[in-house]
Design a protein around this ligand. Sequence first.
Ligand SMILES: NC(=O)c1ccc[n+]([C@@H]2O[C@H](COP(=O)([O-])OP(=O)(O)OC[C@H]3O[C@@H](n4cnc5c(N)ncnc54)[C@H](O)[C@@H]3O)[C@@H](O)[C@H]2O)c1
Length: 398
Amino acid sequence: MRLSAFAVKNSKHIQQMTVGIIGSGAMGTGIAQVAAMAGHPVVIYDSNEAALARAQKNLSGTLQKLQEKGKITSADELMARFSFANNIVQFSNCGLIIEAIVENLEVKKAVFAEVELAVSADCILASNTSSLSITSIAAACKKPERVVGLHFFNPPPLMALVEVIPAIQTEVGLVTQCKDLMSKWGKMPVIAKDTPGFIVNRIARPFYGEALRIYEEGIADMATIDWAMTTIGGFKMGPFALMDYIGHDVNYVVTETVFQSFFFDPRYKPSFSQKRLLEACWLGRKTGRGFYNYAEGAAMPEPTRDEQLAKTIFDRILAMLINEAVDALHLNVASAADIETAMTRGVNYPKGLLAWCDEWGAANCLEKLDALYNEYHEDRYRASSLLRKSAIANKKFV
Ligand SMILES: NC(=O)c1ccc[n+]([C@@H]2O[C@H](COP(=O)([O-])OP(=O)(O)OC[C@H]3O[C@@H](n4cnc5c(N)ncnc54)[C@H](O)[C@@H]3O)[C@@H](O)[C@H]2O)c1
């Protein structure tokens, strides 16, 4: 494998390398904290001065709390590693830039083209985009081989997973070096192909989409679906509670982007019920209203505690999730091990989906999908050919 010509060259160099962060919102601030705690000087830049001031205040508060809990020795010492910039010229000494600004391809491309002019020739440029093409972003640069995706999960200091996504132009050696760097930061890096939703945001789609479909058909209400997935499935949150938590402005938009990016594959079709919430600005917990009502004193709906119904719901959603994981493996989006790590560490699934398939039996999973396909005659329920082959060969995935 060719060694990268870019900034991450050896461990001494890594320790001293200055990391630049573009965007001081939820993700940028969290990633900045992770980088500083790994020992790097960090420059944070935001085009909005108020956002930058807020980030400084938030970081200082977070580090004070960590000191009180005994998790760090000196908040002041860590705080001294940050500088807050209102001009990208201050990125000139950085070895790595991580962009975490608004999820808009044209804006990101413009920022990458501008930042490239301000940094050294060996500086790595990374994007934290959730759903945009890294290849497209790289194409905005003079040296697209220095561009890579580094997709952190929210909140970055607590979530271990980082998806490392090479663009088709990315220099091969850079991927391994970014992976090593993320490991040094205490993260669990996985490598994902530059395809819509990468690993997690692709494979997790049926957790929301199939739950919404079951609800829209009136098979069960939201509370019952959530109860089925937490009680029988062992998921920490049910799909409706989770969509409300993530916010429909984020969750719906990711679904719509993935659907469009997959050339309108019906497997990823968004739901009108969720779209209407977005239109009403009922964004979930943050606005006090989403699928559920979070107003003070409002009663949460009770589920129908029917175990047979709950099993039907759980089986249907899990079969769709497993199919998505198997298909991602089939299309070489990631290795089996990375798919398992991504779903257990990026969205805290109780079990890896490929291991779940082994436990259930590929034939059993296939039977459930074929039953759905026969019932609906919709392409949405087509089984991955790898699942079919594995069922016939009685093959296990992990
Ligand atoms: N929030 C999540 O759960 C999550 C998880 C993973 C990845 N992401 C991705 O991370 C990125 C940032 O998300 P976020 O939730 O932190 O957003 P955010 O809205 O909290 O923060 C974005 C920040 O970028 C700044 N900004 C916008 N345009 C800019 C520009 N042209 N130059 C400099 N600064 C600019 C804004 O002022 C704001 O402070 C997005 O690409 C998002 O898809 C988000």
